[in-house]
Unconditional design. Structure first.
Lengths: 319, 319
DNA sequence: TTGTAAGCGTTATCAG
DNA sequence: CTGATAACGCTTACAA
């Protein structure tokens, strides 16, 4: 593999002039520049990125920390991040678990986008203190160098529930996700608030776990009761889908007997009969927004905009 | 940020002994080692990965070149790759387009797994010539340093079609993917072969594009015809799903009127009514297998096994 | 406009 | 067992 030294020798110049020419610096004679460039071409020279990184003390790598690949929400967000980072010529290193933290510690990345709830807040604060900019999704952390980007869960759920109250539903139940999940807590908050504003009380509360399986079980249990809600808001689409399946299997009509809504707008929900009413986040746009913010920070500019992804209420056949 | 120099100074030793101690080399007195280690801890020292990479001429990074994130097949394979690479302490840099090639050229990765059909064979050969090991999925390239891993498309399709012939179907049509797609071509080959073995001719051929949308349109066109096949083999599940939707909407009974099968075993197929018959590849296992092969190559060992992912025929309700 | 030389933070060779 | 010292391949003052 040829180095810049070889190029310099071949062009009969010093290493530094070679470097200047190769990096399009001004103040190098057009003729010598041409000579250097053609020498480089002949040798098929390419700079050694690692060496450049060491010298410039930046890697042009952004870490994206996930728990695992999989699921539509992840993929879409990642794709948005990928697009923008690529556009700005940053590489993306995806990683999970403790490997992620090593990347930070060993300065193999210039910053990181954190999409992994299994890393604790304290740990993140600790690393941010080392001066790495961190953008954290779906989680609220107040700290220097840490920027958070949150879905407007509460506000969106209030909108949807309010709409449904106006449509005449009265007995609202909530199918929850894990209690520790930030998204679940915020969505429940919105659920409660909307009802309170209209002087209604939650009719029931079911503890789910964000999975299709979990929603299905809740549905089966629900069938044993004689008194039932007329509307169930589910903390996410997946549990809503499981719930729908269970109810449909037992002949309960959706939405006539019980109406259902979810959150996330995953593709599967639109393949159900009836199609699932839900709240949609444009995850790809979200990814792009977050990645752009990272690029800005890394360029020393301040972040433009508020990093809030745009959500939309999508009323379909299940209500 | 403290460097090894700071640690050495604090422990009162030379840089080299510090390095030895920090890297668990033998031949360093237990006492000095302890002193160095505690100095490192106190300063909360962490080696600078980039500097290490430069010196050791290896990055511990593996490139994974994709066209874009999205789709269950991709996610699953990536997840498998991620698991294995992580286990062996390699980082994974995902990238697409020309950025991928830069990673190779600038030696920011030690090798790459290529899952992007938009990079031409010639380009890959060119880079492999530079000495980077490449593992290429879903494509056949014969070249030093390039290892290919192919699904046994042909064989699997023959199995499925043969089974269906035995079940009594007679008029077999093929819903194709893009003609340039390696997978599509191989699957069609299997389709033809199986029929020929039983002295049957393909009944019809529809040009799709691997998408749900595309399958749907084909389905709508098909309805205009009066003579129809009794079995449609689709080059992938997504087009099969689109096709099913179109047919179902027009009251055609599956499988009574027309039976359908796909390829890939994506989750959505199992949520359709009827459930989609398909050919399943364990993509996660495939990703793990491929990643393990990369690790082996990078460690200078030869690849164990033949890199062929395992496929299974999964007959469900749509046949 | 070009060259000299220092240095980025490591590892590794070779003496001691 | 420990310490100088030379790389790794590049960028960038500073000098010429």
């Amino acid at each position: 593999m040829p180095t810049i030294k070889d190029v310099a020798k071949k062009a009969g110049v010093s290493i530094s002039t070679a470097s200047y020419a190769l990096n399009d610096q001004p103040n190098v004679h057009p003729e010598t520049k041409a000579r250097i460039l053609s020498a480089a071409k002949e040798l098929s020279y390419h700079p050694h990125g690692i060496a450049r990184n060491l010298k410039k003390r930046q890697t042009k790598n952004v870490g994206v920390f996930i728990y695992a690949f999989g699921g539509p929400v992840f993929s879409e967000t990642l794709e948005g991040i990928r697009q923008t980072l690529q556009e700005h010529e940053f590489n993306i290193i995806v990683s999970s678990g403790t490997a992620s933290l090593n990347l930070l510690l060993e300065r193999q990345v210039d910053g990181a986008i954190v999409f992994d709830n299994h890393i604790s807040d304290d740990v993140l604060k600790h690393y941010a203190a080392h001066g790495m900019p961190l953008i954290v999704l779906d989680r609220l952390i107040q700290e220097e160098n840490i920027f958070t980007s949150l879905i407007e869960n509460e506000h969106l759920v209030i909108q949807l529930i309010t709409d449904m109250i106006h449509r005449g539903y009265k007995r609202f139940a909530y199918l929850a996700g894990p209690e520790t999940a930030f998204n679940n807590r915020m969505r429940f908050k919105g659920f409660e608030k909307a009802l309170k504003q209209h002087h209604l009380n939650p009719y029931d509360y079911y503890q789910g776990d964000f999975t299709i399986q979990g929603g299905y079980q809740i549905g089966k249990q629900l069938l044993k009761k004689t008194e039932r809600p007329d509307f169930i808001f589910c903390a996410n689409d997946e549990s809503a889908i499981g719930l729908m399946q269970a109810l449909k299997e037992s002949g309960i009509k959706i939405p006539q007997d019980i109406a259902i809504a979810g959150f996330d707008h995953i593709p599967l929900g639109q393949f159900m009969t009836p199609k699932l009413t839900t709240i949609g986040i444009d995850h790809q746009a979200w990814g792009r927004m977050v990645a752009k913010a990272m690029v800005d920070v890394l360029k020393g500019e301040s972040i433009k905009g508020n990093l809030k992804p745009i959500g939309k209420i999508l009323v379909k056949e299940s209500c």
